[in-house]
Write a protein that binds this ligand. Structure first.
Ligand code: ADP
Length: 303
């Protein structure tokens, strides 16, 4: 069935010692998507993806990966799903080459890891032991190990943490190439820029629940009051006239410069107000809402 989601999570629940950390999470990831899970620390993101990987057993709810139960069908799921390891899961004395050979041997039809290692800048580290790699090199090795089995779906948790900006961008390109090759990607991230650049859709998880699920653009559109406007007026502006502008989230007057945040409507209202008072706006800047704003709105709304 072409329309069966690659990953299906329905009303997932998980508690630790009586404390609920995943409280009814549902989402479905379609073939070939890059699907992001975004949320503050402790929101339940890792617990959710570990249930998808079959590393944790849900208390309730249903998880399916290519139609299989990750707990009951663990071995079959392991054949189609590549997961990024946690640091502690690799022997410190293993060299990069040994780790790649070992993980390739776990799979029936592994990729040739050499081009992958080349792509991830690991070729000159093949004889280096895991314990002696830098944080960024370890991270890149984990990505290579997640991909070496030629998975249908790959789960990456904090993919680019510890990478410098160039390595981060190279990794994003690699993930886009991986997806172009037909692999579905489930990505847990803290980085808004990463989510915006890579993800087709994002589930924002907050306190164990899906606070919103949309495209990055859709999430930004939902974030009210986050268009920024700033300018230096050619003559003093009446504060009460400014305060009456619709719809206005915030206004600030500092060193002769006025900064407002509102919506597109606010931008028009400011321009009309200035024209009416024959005031020119010098260095007028309008900035769009960002995923950052949407994230803060969505995860702070209930606080
Ligand atoms: P996130 O990935 O969003 O930061 P996690 O899923 O790692 O969130 O954790 C959610 C909450 O569950 C956190 O408060 C964390 O401390 C707690 N937690 C995670 N794993 C365990 C565990 N094995 N035992 C007890 N509490 C845990």
């Amino acid at each position: 069935m072409p329309d069966t989601p690659v990953i299906e999570v329905t009303d997932l629940r998980k508690s630790y010692a009586g404390r609920t950390v995943v409280d009814g999470v549902s989402f479905a990831v379609q073939e070939g998507e890059i699907f992001g899970i975004l949320g503050p620390n402790g929101a339940g993101k890792t617990t959710t993806v570990e249930c998808v990987e079959g590393l944790r057993v849900p208390d309730a709810g249903r998880v399916r990966v290519t139609g299989l139960d990750p707990v009951a069908d663990h071995e079959r799921v392991a054949r189609v799903l590549g997961a990024q390891l946690q640091q502690s899961e690799l022997q410190p004395k293993l060299t990069v080459r040994e780790a790649l050979d070992l993980y390739a041997a776990f799979h029936d039809r592994p990729l040739d890891w050499r081009p992958l290692a080349e792509r991830l800048g690991l070729t000159d580290r093949l004889t280096t032991r895991f314990a002696e790699l830098s944080g960024g090199q370890k991270q890149r090795l984990f990505i290579a190990l997640a991909l070496v089995g030629d998975p249908r779906v790959v789960v990456l948790d904090e993919l680019t943490t510890g990478l410098d900006p160039r390595a981060r961008r190279d990794t994003w390109q690699l993930i886009e190439d991986v997806r172009a090759g037909g692999v579905t990607v489930l990505l847990v991230t803290h980085f808004m820029e990463e989510a915006q650049r890579l993800c087709d859709r994002i589930a924002v998880i907050d306190r164990g629940r899906v606070a919103a699920l949309d495209t990055p653009e859709g999430l930004v559109r939902r974030s009210a009051g986050a268009t920024g406007i700033s300018f230096t007026p050619s003559a003093p502006l009446d504060e009460t006239a400014l305060a009456a502008l619709p719809p206005l989230a915030r206004a600030e007057h500092k060193a002769g410069r006025v900064t407002l945040s509102g919506t597109d409507e606010t931008v028009n209202a400011v321009i009309t107000l200035l024209a009416r008072h024959h005031i020119t706006a010098h260095q007028l800047r309008v900035t769009d809402a960002t995923l950052d704003d949407a994230f803060l709105d969505l995860t702070e709304a209930a606080r």
